[in-house]
Design a protein around this ligand. Structure first.
Ligand code: ZN
Length: 229
């Protein structure tokens, strides 16, 4: 997607109007989405018959959904409360290979370069904030990321799309992979400490010229986005 077009796309109020008028789960649960609950219910595989009463099909469904968006098994286990063993089995079943190990990302400056990543990061944060209003925390990020991935699909090679443009053959096929997006949403906050300083050095701003949301740092004085500046 051209940078200019993406900048226009990130005039987010219009996007929210489009996405959420029909309910926050409409796109994710569509036929072309990914997981259908009857796939889970009708499964005859014994390992799916989980005895832990805390774990129902809802977590399995969300686990599959996250994996198809590029989430690694350790993240799926953490966010769904599925066991690590179950998350890895799910991951293997879907991808026919073992979930790669991965360290938690920790570099906040990664989100600022290249420039287009600033717009993508702001989009993910805005979508996540919206999803948090109506969804449990384990599902909010996955749902937000699904919409992010759909909205930015044209920026990736079509050959990497699975049945759904939001679901790609590798987490390398997203400008911001699932784990990076999740980390950003976990650490980003607009809260201030007792001295009035931001707790997070990153800051989402709205461009004074084109109204796009973009990620910046609290120290950067500019109030216009990289497209307009
Ligand atoms: Zn701008």
């Amino acid at each position: 997607m051209a940078l200019e077009a993406l900048g226009q796309l990130l005039n987010l109020p219009n996007i929210f109007h489009f996405l959420f008028l029909s309910g926050p789960c409409a796109a994710a649960s569509s036929k072309s989405g990914a997981i259908m609950s009857n796939e889970i219910v009708n499964s005859s595989e014994s390992w799916r018959a989980i005895n832990d009463p805390r774990i129902g099909s809802t977590q399995i469904e969300w686990g599959e959904f996250m994996i198809k968006l590029g989430a690694r098994a350790c993240i799926v286990a953490t966010d769904t409360s599925l066991s690590d063993k179950t998350a890895r089995k799910l991951w293997f079943e879907i991808n026919q290979r073992i979930s790669p190990p991965g360290q938690q990302p920790g570099d906040l400056m990664w989100y600022l370069k290249p420039t287009v990543r600033r717009f993508h990061a702001a989009m993910i944060l805005a979508l996540y904030g919206e999803c948090q209003r109506s969804m449990p925390s384990y599902a909010a990020f996955a749902h937000a990321y699904y919409h992010y991935a759909r909205m930015t699909a044209s920026g990736s090679d079509r050959k990497t799309w699975m049945n759904d443009p939001a679901m790609r053959s590798s987490d390398q096929n997203y400008l911001i992979p699932y784990s990076r997006g999740r980390f950003l949403c976990n650490v980003y906050t607009d809260e201030l400490d007792a001295s009035g300083n931001r707790l997070c050095q990153l800051k989402v701003k709205r461009c004074k010229k084109c109204s796009s949301l973009f990620l910046s740092t609290a120290l950067e004085a500019s109030q216009v986005c990289p497209n307009c500046g």
